[in-house]
Write a protein that binds this ligand. Structure first.
Ligand code: HMG
Ligand code: MG
Length: 352
């Protein structure tokens, strides 16, 4: 089916910068937001109101929201972990909040310091208040295809032991069959599997996609206008995305979902294309491919916005985005951070 229109939800300022060790001054964050809006991006997640003790980089959320130049028609959502964060954000004239329950127990503990169930209750409280206040609410489900703490979500065969890099070489088709999480791999080396807390892959295969569907359903019930499905550590493939889409589309129509792919394994664009085939029309991406989560070790940036726009041009989708201005925004922040861009398109076209 032809893809006609895609909404790009930019997460670089939040998901991107939260992972940077060097503090990015408020003015720089605001400049980036303004440049993204000038390039034609209509949804820019601009700050998070998480605990400053947890993510120092995001501690200037109020200043960012108060200084950015609001362009009519542009949406500037903010990420909210709890009611305390919501109350602070509310003073900054916000219109949309994003809540983010974890799709796995381990990540919930590390990222939110509470269980999945507690997290969901906290987010319910935020959503209820925000809806009452007339704000839009967006929900994220993280770790949709893999968790950095809860062990692999893998085909049965992988459970039979052995290091999976060797296994991968033997039968690459298995990768696309389902989902692989390399928790037993560090720095390219396979680690022995240990511990009885390690959930069996069979249980996870049975459980995980349902978890995403269940959480999605609950988020929609709470009043979220859409659920962004986050492959937090970027381990998904087109194969696992297809399976996931079949699951989640049993609870709601494609317009209720967005896709949020981290590009750790270089699968971002093909995962996206797999999702678009199911009728998804909102995609999260990050300028210059910035990003990751400080509580998901090894996760790298999101699918780069420049690369996404280039793909959409190729698909004949009118994005109304000025790719040249977008690339300038990407180079501006990459130069500031003192590192090369992670956008392949920006790299290819950048020096002309
Ligand atoms: P906690 O330490 O358990 O919080 O953290 P607490 O409720 O026990 O409070 C401890 C202290 O923090 C108290 O202060 C609170 O007032 C304060 P004290 O009394 O000690 O002076 N506090 C706050 N201050 C400011 N703003 C707040 C706030 N909340 C508490 N909102 C908490 C629990 C959830 C706050 C913490 O774990 C946290 O901030 N976690 C967020 C971590 C984060 O930002 N991760 C990255 C975003 S998620 C992501 O990137 C994934 C995503 O992109 C999707 C994907 O990729 O799949 C969305
Ligand atoms: Mg993310």
């Amino acid at each position: 089916s032809a893809v006609s229109q895609i909404r790009i939800y930019e997460v670089g300022v939040r998901d991107g910068l939260q992972n940077e060790a060097k503090f990015v001054p408020t003015e720089m964050k605001v400049e980036l937001i303004n440049k993204l809006a000038a390039a034609g991006i209509k949804d820019i997640e601009s700050a998070s109101f998480v605990s400053p003790k947890w993510v120092k980089q995001m501690s200037d959320g109020s200043e960012v929201m108060k200084t950015l130049k609001r362009v009519p028609g542009v949406n500037y959502p903010v990420l909210i972990p709890n009611i305390k964060g919501y109350e602070i954000a509310k003073k900054c004239d916000i219109e949309e909040v994003a809540i983010f329950p974890s799709g796995s127990e381990g990540f919930s503990q590390k990222n939110l310091n509470c269980s999945m169930a507690e997290g969901l209750e906290r987010f319910r409280e935020v959503a209820e208040q925000a809806v009452k206040d007339g704000k839009r609410v967006r929900g994220y489900v993280s770790c949709i295809v893999g968790c950095p703490y809860d062990g692999p979500i893998a085909p049965k065969t992988i459970a039979k032991g052995g290091a999976w890099p060797g296994f991968l070489r033997e039968d690459i088709s298995i990768i696309t069959e389902y989902i692989i999480v390399p928790t037993n791999i560090q720095n390219g080396h396979a680690l022995p599997r240990t511990g009885s807390s390690y959930p069996t892959p069979q249980a996870q295969i049975a459980g995980k996609p349902q978890e995403s569907s269940r959480l999605s359903e609950q988020l929609l019930d709470m009043g979220c206008y859409e659920v962004s499905l986050g492959d937090t550590i970027g381990v998904g493939t087109a194969g696992s995305v297809r399976k996931l889409m079949k699951e989640v589309l049993s609870v709601a129509t494609p317009d209720k979902f967005a896709l949020h792919f981290h590009d750790t394994y270089g699968q971002g664009l093909s995962n996206l294309l797999a999702g678009l085939e199911f009728g998804i029309t909102t995609v999260d991406s990050s300028i210059s491919g910035l990003g990751g989560c400080p509580y998901a070790r090894g996760a790298t940036g999101n699918l780069a916005t420049e690369d996404l726009v280039y793909l959409l041009y190729g698909l004949g989708v009118n994005t109304h985005i000025d790719l040249v201005k977008l690339m300038e925004a990407g180079r501006c922040i990459s130069n500031f951070l003192g590192k090369p861009t992670d956008s392949r398109v920006n790299r290819a076209l950048g020096d002309r």
